[in-house]
Design a binder for this molecule. Structure first.
Ligand code: CMP
Length: 505
């Protein structure tokens, strides 16, 4: 019994069971490997017991060899368990995630060290073993040149840090995210849900690109979104329309710094300018969806400014041939606008002729989700919007930088009237909560309307007073400096301001 079992054996057994319990709790996914390791350990204990039996039967040499073999085996199982604990639980807990190959290397070195220690303990000559193993290694290395190339490639990739798990790389026309660097190969998951296996030696021998990585900079990758606009529109105008809209908007996965920029890249000789919006993508996964989102922002920004994207030549011929069709489309659009205007309370008193005139002069203004439509404090935008589709949120910015929501506006609601009618700076900001389609009414149109129908000013003053009161509530801790005037007094004052501003009698 003493030959096979000692106090140390008992402590070892307890340690193995504790390690197994911890691993099983935190690493359910490694359960199969854990069960194999613990079974192997128990088998080695049994082997040592057999060694003990042989010893009792006085087969001394056989007993010694049997015990030594199984002690080595038990040690290997213990090393494996510690390897799992350190590399799969402890290091991830301190946010270190070394690739599997590092774990394997450490564990194998520990196996070899343990093996050597036991052999020496058993009295074997290490020198001759090393000489023989060197010979065997040379023969094996010769036979496995490719495999060794891959293994050394894997080691080199790890050591010089040229790729780490999580990097996005591009090799020829394949790009994807590195998910594992193994002994022989590196696994890359593409956006098409493919896993590409690159032999490590290939990565070592050939050029590859690590996307979005730059020394001392966050990971972000420059992308180009192309569009064409006729050169009859000044390029400086196109650039400023697109940049102003994009820079004011928070778009998911688009870096704030460096900021997106728009440039004229080429002129095609047929009167068309080729522009690129260049931006930095912060999450390298959704590349196409983010490009698409920016295209949508470019489209809506250009549409709002009345700038058309260049059409292909053959589409222009088609369009010219169909002028009647164009007229029909225009009439349909005007009818649709009149229908929308009828639902806006403000215009309920207008007759058909007036509505038709107004409909003709509306400007279609689409906004992409996230666009700031009006900016609090702005003094240069003199128009009001009617929402046809989508939702917009009115909010105020407090001096401490926080936003306070005032109201959400939807179909048929209008906004921007306070600045337009009184000449005051924009009292609040309005942001597109979803993609929003609006009609824009410019100051000269409103002016004509007010002269034709002064009663609209009266109606608007009611709405303005209520909205002002809501704004005051939103800003109450700042503006509550004195007692509020009563609402009717406020309305009279607002009406007087509107009349003065538009020179109404
Ligand atoms: P204006 O001040 O020109 O620009 C911001 C707009 O937000 C403002 O016009 C109103 O149209 C709108 N707004 C402000 N307060 C409210 C409110 N309480 N309810 C609805 N809209 C509002």
């Amino acid at each position: 019994m003493g030959f096979f079992w000692s106090d140390a054996s008992f402590s070892l057994l307890v340690m193995v069971l504790c390690l197994a319990a911890v691993l099983l709790h935190y690493r359910r996914e490694d359960r199969a490997s854990l069960v194999n390791t613990v079974s192997f350990f128990l088998l080695c204990l049994f082997g040592q017991f057999v060694g003990g039996l042989l010893h009792a039967l006085e087969y001394m040499r056989a007993a010694d060899v049997t015990r030594e073999v199984f002690v080595i085996g038990a040690g290997i199982a213990v090393i494996r368990l510690w390897g799992l604990l350190v590399f799969r639980i402890v290091l991830p807990a301190v946010r270190l995630r070394p690739p599997r190959i590092t774990e394997d290397i450490f564990v194998i070195i520990a196996y070899i060290a343990w093996f050597m220690v036991r052999l020496r303990y058993a009295g074997l000559d290490l020198g001759s073993i090393l000489a023989t193993s060197a010979m065997i290694t040379a023969v094996v290395a010769f036979a496995m040149q490719d495999t060794l190339g891959n293994i050394l490639g894997g080691l080199a990739l790890q050591l010089d840090n040229s790729i780490v798990v999580g990097d996005w790389i591009k090799v020829d026309d394949i790009s994807g995210k590195v998910v594992d660097i193994r002994w022989r190969s590196t696994l890359v998951e593409t956006r098409n849900w493919e896993t590409v296996v690159f032999p490590n030696s290939q990565l070592m021998k050939n050029k590859f690109t690590v996307l979005g990585r730059r020394t001392d900079q966050p990971v972000q990758w420059r992308r180009w979104v192309w569009f064409n606009v006729g050169l009859d529109i000044a390029p400086t105008r196109v650039v400023s329309v697109v940049e102003n809209s994009i820079l004011q908007t928070d778009i998911a996965n688009v870096a704030k710094s460096p900021a997106p920029n728009c440039i004229l890249m080429d002129m095609d000789g047929k009167g068309s300018g080729r522009y690129a919006l260049r931006y930095w993508l912060t999450d390298l996964g959704p590349d196409d969806p983010t490009d698409a989102m920016l295209r949508w922002h470019i489209m809506t920004a250009l549409q709002r400014s009345g700038i058309k994207l260049s059409l292909e030549e053959h589409s222009i011929h088609l369009t010219k041939e169909n002028e009647k069709y164009d007229e029909a489309v225009h009439q349909r659009e005007v009818l649709l606008r009149i229908k929308t205007l009828r639902r806006v309370e403000l215009f309920s008193q207008l007759n058909d002729g007036e509505l038709n005139g107004l409909a003709e002069r509306l400007r279609y203004s689409p906004f992409a989700k996230g666009n700031i439509i009006t900016k609090q404090g702005d003094i240069n935008s003199h128009w009001l919007y009617i929402i046809i589709n989508g939702e917009a949120e009115v909010f105020v910015e407090l001096p401490n930088g926080k936003r306070r929501s005032v109201r959400t506006l939807g179909h048929g609601n209008f906004f921007g009237e306070m600045g337009l009618l009184t000449g005051a700076p924009r009292s609040a900001s309005v942001i597109a909560k979803t993609d929003v389609e609006c009609y824009r009414i410019d100051k000269d149109v409103v002016e004509e309307l007010l002269h034709a129908r002064p009663s609209i000013a009266d109606e608007i003053s009611h709405i303005l007073v209520t909205r002002r009161a809501e704004l005051d509530v939103a800003l109450q801790n700042l503006d509550a400096t004195g007692p509020h005037k009563d609402l009717s007094q406020q309305r009279i004052e607002i009406l007087a301001t509107i009349k003065r501003f538009f020179s109404l009698d």
